[in-house]
Write a protein of this length. Structure first.
Length: 286
């Protein structure tokens, strides 16, 4: 069908070896799905190392400076979207320059027994630079400002990458066709009747959670799939699919006047097809 089965990251560690990071709720399902699609002539060993590792996310404009204080590795040439082995306090770990919060940052995949050592070293190095712990609600707020989709909320088995605004991630010209390619080619040709849109609510005092109805020119066209208060934008932010009875164009999205129903009150909102925050990714790529 060309819809989502999961949301995960794959890092090549050697020519024939890969490191896969899935969500905590998906690891067994993802492993089974991968093994089910191994060709008979292929030899694949899938090893679950979840219980052996911890992950520390170091995110923010000072993240590179903090890492240089705790490691002798070169972070100036550490390209976005890559991973490599580094050392912190004598602990070998894998660092990946990826982010889910829309800022410069790294994920550090650390042996579980050494996680506290690495965490303490980072906290000490970042103390004078304003480093603080951040929880789920902070991450959720930041990723919504950046328009990052969340598995299970914004991305489900009922949604396609085209509808979700993620067509850039599709390998259309790959020699080996991916599963669902024919369905997506057909959808691309026929047009989309559903498109993911970012919304910024104009009233900063409103509180959104998710599943609030979305109105375009007075007509209900969908509902929010996730929402939070965006502290950087100083306004509530949300993601949601706009639906229509015929293919939706970019102009259809941007020319509409939008309101979001918050507890029975319709509140004006601005629609964005690009991220409301740092749309050109300057902060991430800096």
């Amino acid at each position: 069908r060309g819809t989502f089965e999961s949301d995960l990251s794959v890092m090549r560690t050697r020519e024939d070896s890969f490191y896969i990071v899935s969500s905590s709720a998906q690891r067994i399902r993802d492993a089974n799905w991968i093994l089910q699609h191994v060709e008979p002539q292929q030899q694949v060993d899938l090893i679950d190392v979840t219980d052996e590792l911890s992950v520390i996310g170091l995110m923010g404009p000072n993240s590179r400076q903090i890492l240089t204080r705790v490691s002798d590795d070169d972070f100036a040439t550490f390209a976005f979207g890559t991973s490599r082995k580094i050392c912190i306090q004598g602990v070998g770990l894998r660092a990946a320059r990826i982010t889910y919060v829309g800022e410069l940052g790294w994920e550090l995949h650390v042996p579980g027994d050494d996680a506290a050592t690495v965490y303490d070293a980072i906290c000490e190095a970042g103390q004078e630079l304003g480093l603080v712990d951040a929880g789920h609600y902070a991450v959720n707020s930041l990723r919504l400002e950046k328009g990052y989709r969340a598995w299970g909320a914004d991305l489900t088995p009922d949604d396609t990458p085209l509808e979700a605004g993620l067509s850039f991630a599709l390998a259309w010209d790959k020699e080996i066709p991916f599963i669902g390619k024919d369905a997506l080619l057909k959808q691309r040709e026929e047009g989309l009747c559903k498109r993911m849109v970012s919304f910024v609510v104009k009233d900063p005092d409103q509180t959104l959670w998710h599943d609030e109805p979305i109105y375009r020119d007075g007509v209900c066209v969908g509902y929010t799939s996730s929402a939070a208060y965006g502290h950087t934008l100083a306004a509530p932010v949300a993601l949601g699919y706009v639906r229509w009875h015929q293919p939706i164009s970019r102009r259809f999205i941007l020319d509409g006047n939008y309101e979001i129903d918050v507890a029975g009150e319709r509140v004006p909102a601005t629609a964005h097809l690009k991220a409301p925050y740092d749309a050109k990714r300057d902060k991430i790529l800096g």
